[in-house]
Structures are given as C-alpha cells and as structure tokens.
Design a protein around this ligand. Sequence first.
Ligand code: URP
Ligand code: ZN
Ligand code: ZN
Length: 467
Amino acid sequence: MAMFDTIIRGGRVSTAADTFLCDIGIRDGRIAALGTDLGEAREIIDASGKWVLPGGIDSHVHISQPSGDGIVMADDFESATRSAVIGGNTTVLPFCLQEKGKSLRAAVEAYHAKAEGQCYTDVSFHLILSDPTPQVLGQELPALVKDGYTSFKVFMTYEGLALNDRQILEVMEVARDTRALVMIHAENYDIIRFLTDKFEAEGKIAPRFHATSRPVIAEREATSRAISLAELSDVPLMVVHVSNREAMEEIRRARQRGLKIFGETCPQYLVLTENDLDGLNMEGAKYVCSPPPRDVDSQQACWEGLQQGVFSVFSSDHCPFRYDDPQGKLTPKGRTSFRWVPNGIPGVGARLPILFSEGVMKGRIDINQFVAVTATNHAKAYGLYPRKGTIAVGADADIAIWDPERRQTLTHDLLKDGSDYTPYEGLEITGWPVTTLVRGKVMVREGALEGAKGSGSYLSREISALV
Ligand code: URP
Ligand code: ZN
Ligand code: ZN
C-alpha cells in the first residue's frame, strides 16, 4: 500500500525562513513528511528544476461585492477563485460588506450562500463595517469575531462607506476588546470631495483626474490620522493598499516608535503609474483604483517598503469591473465624469507572477521574502498560521510549484477571471506557477485547470498573530 497520497519529488523548497532540497509527502490533505527517499505514493509529482513554495494567500480581494447603482462586479466566487488558483494561490480572503441600515450577520449569511460550492481555493471572509450602530458594535461584531471573522475593514473615504473619526474610534474599541484586527482604507474624504467637485466644475472629467483628485497628501494625512487613532485606542492596525513614499514613511515611523502598525502594498503600485490613467477616450478607466497608481519614486518606495519589512503583506486588491460594459468601467449613460468610474482593478491571478518576476527574478527581493509577503505573513496576520502559509509537517498541503524559467507575456486570456481586460497586459514575466495543490489536491497541472469547482472550503479563523 502507498504510504502517501502524493509525493512532490526533487524540488527546491522555500519557506519564509529557509530554502532546502527535499521531497514532500502528502497524506489526507496535509504535509506528512519532508525528507528524501520517502518511499511509495499513489502519485509522484516530479518537481526537479522547479521551486516549491507555499500556495499564495491573497488577503485582499473583492468578489461579488454590492457596488452601487447599476454597477456589477465582474467576478463571482467561481471566476475569482479560478483565476486565483491559476495564479498560484490556494487561499483568498474577500470582504463581506455590510450595507447601510442592514445587519452584519445577514450580510455574512448571504455571502456564504454566494461562495458555497463555487470555490477553487479555500476562502475566508473579512468584514466591512459601513454602519457601526450600537447593535452592530455591541452584539453582532463581538459574536462574529467569536465565530472566526477576526478582521474587519473600515473606510475613511467613499460615499456610503466612510466612517468619521469618532466612529472609527468606536470600532477600534470593539477590536481591542475582542482582539480583532482592524484594516483601514486611508484617504482623506473631504480633500477628495473638494477636488472632485472643483475639477468637474472646470470640465476636468477624464479618468486621469481620478488620480489628481486623490493626491498623495490625501493618503498621507489619512494614514497619519489612522495611526493616531490606533495609538489612542491601543490597537494594532493594518493600513491596506499603500501607494507611495509618504504614507509608507508614516508607517515606518510608527513602527520605529514601537506601535503595531502594519502595511500592505499591491502590484498596481509597483508596475503602474498615474500616466496609465491617461489613455485615449476612456481607456484610462481601466486603471482607476484607489489610492491611484502614482509615479516612479512611489514605485521605488513601495519596493523599499517590501524589502525593509515596512509592508508585511503584498495583496492584489482584486476589485474587478469589466471595461467595455455600462455596468463596469464605461458606466451608465450620462455619467461622463471620472467620479462615476467604479474604483478597482483585477489582479488576483497576476499578483504572484508579477512579484516573482519583477521582485525575485530581478533581484529586488529574495525568494524567502517573496514567500513571507505573499503567503506566510498573510496567514499570521489573519489567523490562519501555521495551518496555512508555510511548508511544514502538519500544515495543509497548499503548494505552488514554480518554473523559474518559464517566460510569458501577461495577457488577460491567461488569467481566466470574469473581467474583459488586465491592467498588466503585455508585461513580460519570467517564472510561472505551473502546478498548484490545494489541501493536497492538484487543482492546476502544468498550467491547466484540473480541479473541480467546489473543492475550496471555507476557513474559520483564529485571532491574528499581530494582535
Ligand atoms: O479602488 C479600489 N481599491 N477598490 C477596491 C475597494 C478598496 O478600497 O479596497
Ligand atoms: Zn480600500
Ligand atoms: Zn480593496
């Protein structure tokens, strides 16, 4: 009888700490042995010449999220997790959005119904708090944290989502008492509203004015304020989608002062700039996201943030809308200003190849840093470690086998998501996740989807290791 279900043989294994040559024995969905001469298995996967890494965890994705008036997100759980697994991910964490005036618990139940039976990767939900009523803060939120929803996001901007400072303090108080991790979208709402109105009055309505209406100052100020609120509340804070040097330096300074302030950056801040919003006609809408991509120095700052540990996690902020679609980037008739272009771009499938190619293969980060910021630190931050995010005996066998030599021009067709474009079209990539296993099951083999929809499970989470 075979001793293991699967052995991955002959690969170069990297974790966030080490790189070593060994085989991996998998039994019942978990890593059962690391070593050589592991013996028999029902299936042997030859990984010689390949790099064997923990499957990616993307802790910032938006799937099937209600997006307001006439706008529909391009991905449901099936298409988003399909793209995720093709891009070397084994777990994704989307956001369950509480709609204003509605119960958070009801939103969670509805979101589970959308995900059930649809996923190719494992999934777990963060919460988005849009309406922190006494009932939500006093009853629903503490109960949901107990049930394993141990992180939630609050917004300092966006119509219908922005909380004022007092509300954020109230949310942080609950986070402190329940030991949940707060994630924050840090942009100054009034600066953005003021500039948006001003630009529109001046007839500046093209997509590129999205970037100028949300300047670095708006992000820096809000980041600094969010850090102050967290310090006052004595809670750790994850500042998500940081786009530039000034916001990054706010986080660095807070960390140097001993505060538990953590940062996230995303592919759009490494390889796009605000010039991408400057396309002909509405083409620039393909790159409209918030915060917007900035300039070359901001890209360099985001690399430094990753290299120096100011950013713990690198996520996609996958928030997909179709381009050529009035329910997407081209917006319903009559809404010609950048104000109406839905914010967000797809990236769940492209995140890992971009960082591997631009980061590891170009020598900006090493492979252990890659694993840390794409998998291990996500698992630690969001209560999934050590079950997820590493290659160790007892961990789930969530593994991506990378061919470091495979060259690929990134095209939307490769990514298999529900959108009709990728903002990274044409990027030359070296290194590709050719085979991916989720809990020991081969989901992608040699680049082709093999596993079935519904193989992914929902993960209830522990308290964050950062809290
Ligand atoms: O533009 C973006 N980032 N859209 C997604 C929502 C968010 O703020 O993360
Ligand atoms: Zn955000
Ligand atoms: Zn987001």
